[in-house]
Design a protein around this ligand. Structure first.
Ligand code: EPU
Length: 421
């Protein structure tokens, strides 16, 4: 098993270039199932969740050709309905997009229940409700989800009971080739929803309102191939922004859309971090002490749940009591036990963590990457505090951060992967 080995306590400085967004990439790749033509997808992050999505497409009959480490050509003409292999689907949450895309193309779909990070129960009732509003009959049996229509998807109205990224994208996918018009209300507004809609519109879809809470989709008979570049990953950028502050460093984080980072920037500034914004870069630095703050995670444009663990590390370094209130997932604080091994003083009650920065005496330790963003938090903590840190289960980190070791070494981090047989 590979592990990450860190000697921490050094300020980091230099430039980090942000890769394409994981959660846009996995949606756009699987949306290719609906395009009976060749697409070229660029600015793809070279991470295991992307490679898994490409494996799903190949095993369903698509021709996938790597053009470069960050670009692929996908020809989905020969994809076979209901052929996504269970063993691949079960490894990744985003594989639920096969459902929406297959419904759009074939009027039916069957996939295994998806895997992914464990934040407690991860229901898909809103996906199912949306598909049913589009005239599909959905059943969940034996860890499989089966959706069928009598004669293709029909436009309909869906009011989401909870704001869900996955359900919004999935219903949007299913509706693109429907007969008639679909309206999704109380839709999620994340940038990856806009990116997926932009990709589909470039292929000939008629989607309006993505990025607002009402999305309208007018069905079109077919989609054509395009060349499309994925937007930068706001969570990767946010992770390195926190890192710059945590290590008292100065890092220019480039290839970003600063607008997507506003909720993260605002909290970092409130804590005492300096942020200089350019058109497509932010430079993050810190000289003074960190003030404690309160953060509540929310759907976009609120503070992202996928920055909860990383921000918690920064709160451990602040001089007082901070609160992190988790407003999206009911079981996101499993990483706190790992931070405690590094000296963190944190108390969790239900969905609120109280972080006593003054009482946290952080030092290196052996810890685990409990999930993807928790793993990123361990990397930040290991680099910020003095001593040696080993991180196990790093496959979680590799699911979402392209070349994290190379990027960190380039800004002066003492970090490496140790492979043990
Ligand atoms: N929910 C329901 N019913 C549903 C769907 C969701 O009740 O049918 C609830 C969930 O239990 C949760 C909330 O709605 O409380 C939001 O869940 P959402 O559907 O938005 O999450 P997701 O689509 O499964 C995506 C990201 C996650 C990110 C969340 C929230 C992908 C592949 N995953 O998950 O990203 O945490 O949105 O922003 O896009 C990550 O990248 O590390 C990651 C976990």
């Amino acid at each position: 098993m590979d592990k990450i080995s860190i000697n921490g306590g050094k300020p980091l400085s230099g430039e980090i270039v942000i890769s394409g967004m994981k959660n846009a990439a996995v949606a756009i790749l699987l949306a290719n199932i609906m395009v009976e033509d060749e697409c070229t997808i660029e600015n793809l992050p070279n991470i295991s969740d992307v490679n898994m999505s490409l494996d799903i497409l190949s095993s369903m009959g698509a021709k996938v050709t790597r053009v470069s480490p960050n670009a692929v050509k996908i020809d989905s003409k020969n994809i076979v309905a209901c052929s996504a292999p269970d063993e691949l689907v079960k490894k990744m949450r985003a594989s639920y997009y096969v459902l929406g895309a297959e419904l759009a193309r074939f009027g039916r779909s069957s996939v295994a229940c998806p895997g992914g990070c464990d934040f407690g129960v991860r229901p898909i009732d809103q996906h199912i409700k949306g598909f049913e509003a589009l005239d599909a009959t959905v059943s969940v049996t034996d860890n499989h989800i089966v959706a069928v229509t009598a004669s293709g998807v029909k436009g309909g109205s869906v009011f989401m009971d909870v704001v869900s990224v996955g359900a919004t994208i999935n219903v949007m996918l299913a509706a693109v080739k429907a007969e008639g018009t679909t309206v999704i209300e109380n839709a999620a507004r994340e940038p990856h929803i806009v990116d997926t809609a932009n990709f589909l519109n470039a292929c000939g879809a008629k989607i309006s309102g993505a990025g607002t809470d009402v999305i309208k989709i007018t069905g079109v008979p077919s989609l054509h191939g395009v060349t499309y570049a994925i937007i930068p990953d706001m969570i990767e950028a946010g992770t390195f922004m926190v890192l710059a502050s945590a290590t008292c460093g100065k890092i220019k984080i480039s290839n970003v859309i600063p607008k997507h980072l506003e909720s993260i920037s605002a909290k970092l500034v409130e804590m005492g971090t300096t942020i200089d914004e350019d058109d497509d870069a932010v430079t993050v630095s810190r000289n003074g002490t960190l003030s404690p703050i309160n953060v509540k995670t929310q759907p976009y444009p609120g503070f992202p749940t996928d920055m909860n663990p990383q921000m918690c590390v920064l709160m451990c370094l602040a001089g007082g009591k901070s609160k992190m209130i988790e407003g999206v997932w009911n079981n996101r604080f499993r990483y706190v036990e790992e931070l405690k091994r590094m000296g963190a003083d944190i108390e969790v009650q239900d969905t609120t963590a109280t972080i006593n920065g003054a009482g946290s005496v952080m030092h290196g330790a052996s810890v685990r990457a409990i999930d993807l963003r928790a793993g990123a938090a361990m990397v930040i903590a290991g680099l910020a505090c003095k001593g040696h840190t080993d991180i196990d289960d790093i496959f979680h980190i590799q699911r979402g951060y392209e070349d994290i070791i190379g990027k960190l070494r380039a800004v002066g981090a003492d970090i490496e992967i140790i492979s043990t047989p």
